[in-house]
Design a protein around this ligand. Structure first.
Ligand code: SIN
Length: 326
């Protein structure tokens, strides 16, 4: 194969999944290894020289710090290699948004980095994995993909890591972006960017955590009180993200317990359990010592807070700024 050299790091997921029959529902993710995957891709003649490495072969519900650490190390080595023009990561869709944001904030963005998955197993009828992968190659081989952080390619669209989330449980159009929409449209033979690169400087924004600090995610429901906060504090939580009601509201007993946590120096981020929308700073946030998640959903706000705490950043004003950064 000729063309740009793209290195593919495989972690598993449905894109590497197999059910044994085109119509079987209970397929298993993470069944196809990187060598077989690349051998099956080769006849598609995608216009790039593809090499590969296997980081894991799991369903992404089992993603862990250990896998992230291996992935980050392999990705860094590939990006440091002058012979490599771009990086593709194959990944399950269930936690794609968390891995994408973690890498987005901790890898340099001087070369294209694309994370891609699939909603249908590789041997399922109408499998989307091969097309998504061909689209990922189309993006990663374009030098204009650099300077945009980690990009997520799904369903003929390109999403920015900060904005993307899995919004629908099944079907090939499962991913959405908020507050910006997708940043490009892609097919195996075309790519149209909707915006200029937005990352200033090519370096990583934060170091990759040497260990993941414990950050509790509390999902609000009617009548929830503050005992859950005490339990998490006793278990060693170093920060909190609340998936609150509406624009990040919460029952008063929970608020009181979290205000005490914030006063003790534990960062507290208000996000929302609602599907989409901003959680802006509220009049009480200054007095409470709380931080507003803005456009980040709870899972991504948690990952970013873990990265920030690991980097020694605990000041609510500094964390607020970090949550707002593109
Ligand atoms: C997974 O996240 O590994 C399974 C689901 C998927 O990839 O779509």
């Amino acid at each position: 194969m000729s063309g740009p050299h793209l290195h593919v790091l495989a972690t598993g997921g449905t894109i590497a999944g197999r059910g044994g029959s085109p119509t079987r529902r209970d397929y298993r993710p993470g069944q196809i290894g990187i060598d077989e995957f690349l051998a099956r891709i080769e006849p598609l003649a995608l216009g790039a020289r593809l090499t590969g490495g296997q980081v894991a072969n799991i369903g992404s519900e089992d993603i862990s710090y250990a896998v992230w650490a291996r992935l980050h190390a392999s990705a860094s080595a590939a990006l440091d290699d002058p012979a490599v023009d771009g990086l593709i990561i194959t990944h399950g869709t269930d936690t794609a948004e968390e891995t994408a944001l973690l890498l987005d904030r901790t890898l340099p963005t001087s070369k294209p980095i694309v994370l891609v998955g699939a909603m249908r197993a590789a041997d399922a009828v109408g499998s989307d994995g091969w097309r998504n992968f061909a689209n990922a190659v189309q993006v990663a081989r374009d030098p204009a993909a650099a300077g945009r952080g980690v990009l997520v390619v799904m369903g003929d669209l390109v999403h920015a890591a900060r904005d993307v989330r899995k919004a629908i449980t099944s079907g090939t159009g499962a991913f959405r972006s908020f507050p910006r929409g997708p940043v490009a449209a892609v097919t195996p033979t075309s790519l149209e960017w909707f915006a200029d690169p937005w990352r200033v400087g090519a370096g990583a924004l934060y170091p990759f955590p040497a260990a993941m600090p414990e950050v509790a995610l509390i999902h609000c429901c009617a009548g929830l009180d503050g005992r859950i906060v005490a339990l998490h504090r006793a278990a060693g939580a170093q920060g909190f993200v609340v998936a609150g009601f509406g624009e990040g509201t919460m029952p008063e007993p929970l608020r009181t317990a979290l205000r005490e946590a914030a006063a003790a120096g534990l960062p507290v981020v208000r996000a929302t359990r609602v599907d989409e929308g901003l959680v802006d700073r509220a009049p009480d946030d200054d007095g409470d010592g709380f931080i507003a998640a803005r456009a980040l959903g709870p899972a991504k706000a948690r990952i970013l807070l873990q990265v920030l705490i690991a980097a020694g950043l605990r000041d609510p004003a500094v964390i607020q700024q970090a949550l707002e950064a593109r």
